[in-house]
Ligand binder design. Sequence first.
Ligand SMILES: *Cc1c(COP(=O)(O)O)cnc(C)c1O
Length: 329
Amino acid sequence: MGNALAEMDVSLLRKYPDPGASALAGALAERYNVGENQVFVGVGSDDVIAMSFLTFFNSKKPVLFPDVTYSFYPVWAGLFGIPYETPALDEDFSIKTGDYKKENGGVIFPNPNAPTGLYMPLDQVEEIIGANRDVVVIVDEAYIDFAGPSAMELIKDYDNLLVVQTFSKSRSMAGLRIGFAVGNPALIKALNDVKYSYNSYTMNLPSIVMGVEAVKDEAYFRGTTEKIVATRERAKTRLRELGFHFPDSMANFIFASHRTVPAWEIFQALKKEQIYVRYFNAPRLDNSLRISIGTDEEMDVLFGFLEGFLRGKITTGFVNREMRTGDEQ
Ligand SMILES: *Cc1c(COP(=O)(O)O)cnc(C)c1O
């Protein structure tokens, strides 16, 4: 990728880039076995999803997405004045397909979901898409490359399905801002019509050039995602040994609670050590930590610290009292 950037004809930066980023759309079409007219490219999947809200969610009926999910969905709905409802996840954090079978103005959910990491099998994804043939169903696959089969294989059967992916997670290219949607040509045309009425030249030339190069390097991509998955599975074992429990994440993070020590306390202790995990101060989420999978070395630093810290907590006998205090808050 570095070579592609070094070899890029810098004089081309004088000109506007290709508004359709067709070199990248073409490379993605080939990689995912669809037509180039089935691919929409945007500046990160946030751009693609925001554009999709604007394009497809125009009903007076509410758009549906889970109560625990990617935090930007309610933000965009609010910004664009789109009514929405948030069906609650199950006790075990899974999406209940039955909640998505009522009248609505569209559906969106991530698969795997965030911040739980739970992957919904494709037959259940299909159940939701099939129950909503007259609205657009967006499957946000930001973490799919760490998980299982993509809903892309359903596109040939469902013209109401839009699958969105990103280069920010599994391709480790968040700084380039590349996201894309794949769907029926009519959906892609609608997205482009809205985009060209709004801001045409969004993706810059270096991003297009390096995006194409990244798509070509399948071996590197597979190697790095496999490494992260292996580290994630090792992390699950270590976390269980340390007394954590969690939904069985298929993403590049684990959403873990400790059996006795409150998440907030662990979060504070980790922060002091400059080990950063995510804490969500929200109902149902506030006793868990979202731990991103780093390198094996980084994970060992985390486990090494947790081992000492948790042993200290348990032997000093503070655990039960503090747990009780935590529960009352
Ligand atoms: C990270 C993420 C996005 C946005 O990613 P971009 O960097 O904008 O491509 C969208 N949805 C989910 C669920 C994410 O985790």
